[in-house]
Design a protein around this ligand. Structure first.
Ligand SMILES: *Cc1c(COP(=O)(O)O)cnc(C)c1O
Length: 394
């Protein structure tokens, strides 16, 4: 039996990465030892592993409401994002316009910035702004769609705020104009129900380590009939769509994680959501000058992003760390930049608040006791730091 995580740590950083579920570890273990064959081999020893890979592909497809042939295994969410955007651009070489949003993950943000600059501005990128809640204006989006647009890449849910975007509607609008549509659904899969069969989405990225599978495994959904150009050329693996020997154990783990996510979706949207709400309401009520970042309504059930004004997110995290509480901050001083999170800045969150933002992201492994503990410790941490802050009016 796999060892459980250290329960002395209160882990509220599940949008950064998640614990591999013990059931997932269990499912993977034989693929390091007795079932180590190469799925491409002619012998039965390898061939049977190929059948297990296909089972995993079906498990992923079931969670997404997709067909197994539409699922391509990749090395991570970042690879899936690059594969989708570059595939669209290579499929329509005459089209030179890309649409994305201001709140994308660096996997898309850096990609399109590089595409624009590194190709000597061969591509023109339109970046959809967001309002104070971090939501987009669908009419503004519609005006950006042109005959020159090759692809729209819009995330399904934001990693920092948990905001959920209307990708179903946006994909339909792109389709009506003959434009390919990609969504980075890394944060959405497993947290909200997704049924791709009913939608006009052409490409969808997901990543294993955000839903209790290991790091270093992802998938790209490519809708049947959508043009596709491989990102990694090589062998004939994945139907010739991605070279490289399959990361078999992780693929098996991802399949199992998708099965578990389907079973736990209800709990995610009831018990986890209730804990998140209690944490959020408790913090906002007990700590002065604190505010929610993001949309209260259109949001993942597990995420809350709260700003504690006039103090630094990093200092808050260090103090939380002393109590073994793990979360993330929208403050980017660690990366050597004074600019806080591009997402909060795009929303127009004032600097005094953006610097003091903390993201708490829960999972089904969290408990009510952990929420009590965090609610008990946070007011003291914030008060202590404000005592030291030159900006705080004592
Ligand atoms: C984590 C994340 C990614 C990157 O996934 P990796 O598997 O770590 O490369 C992309 N998009 C979003 C929204 C994410 O949260």
């Amino acid at each position: 039996m796999a060892e459980m995580a250290d329960k002395s740590v209160v882990y509220l950083d599940n949008n950064a990465t998640t614990m591999v579920a013990p059931e997932v570890v269990e499912a993977m273990l034989p693929f390091f030892t007795e079932k180590y064959g190469n799925p491409s081999s002619m012998h039965t020893f390898g061939g049977v592993v190929g059948e297990d890979v296909e089972t995993a592909r079906r498990q992923v497809a079931t969670l997404l409401g997709a067909q197994p042939e539409e699922i391509l295994f990749t090395s991570c969410g970042t690879e899936s994002d690059s594969t989708a955007v570059l595939s669209a651009l290579r499929s329509y070489p005459e089209k030179r316009h890309i649409i994305t949003s201001k709140v994308e993950h660096p996997a898309i943000k850096s990609l399109v910035e590089n595409l624009e600059v590194a190709t000597g501005r061969r591509y023109r990128v339109s970046i959809l702004p967001v309002d104070r809640d971090g939501m987009i204006d669908i009419a503004e989006y519609e005006q950006l769609l042109t005959d020159d647009t090759a692809i729209v890449s819009m995330m399904w849910a934001n990693n920092e705020t948990g905001n959920i975007y209307p990708v179903e509607k946006m994909a339909a609008m792109a389709k009506a104009r003959g434009i390919l549509f990609h969504t980075d659904a890394v944060q959405a899969v497993g947290k909200i129900a997704i049924n791709l069969a009913d939608l006009d989405i052409d490409y969808l990225s997901m990543s294993g380590h955000k839903l209790h599978a290991p790091k270093g495994i992802g998938i790209l959904y490519v809708r049947k009939g959508t043009p596709f150009v491989p990102f990694m050329a090589g062998g004939h693996q994945e139907g010739g769509h991605r070279g490289g020997t399959e990361n078999v154990a992780s693929i098996i783990g991802l399949g199992k994680a998708c099965e578990l996510a389907g079973e736990r979706m209800e709990e995610e949207n009831t018990r986890v959501k209730a804990m998140r709400d209690r944490l959020e309401e408790g913090l906002l009520a007990s700590i002065p000058k604190s505010m929610l970042n993001g949309s209260k309504e259109n949001r993942l059930p597990n995420t809350t992003n709260i700003s504690f004004e006039y103090i630094e997110g990093e200092a808050i995290l260090l103090h939380m760390n002393l109590y073994n509480i793990c979360a993330s901050s929208g403050s980017a001083c660690t990366s050597g930049s004074l600019e806080p999170s591009h997402v909060l800045r795009a929303m127009g969150v004032p600097l005094t608040a953006a610097h003091g933002s903390v993201r708490f992201s829960l999972s089904t492994y969290n408990t009510e006791e952990e929420i009590d503990y965090v609610l008990e410790k946070m007011p003291g941490i914030i008060a202590t730091l404000r005592e030291l802050s030159p900006f705080w009016e004592k």
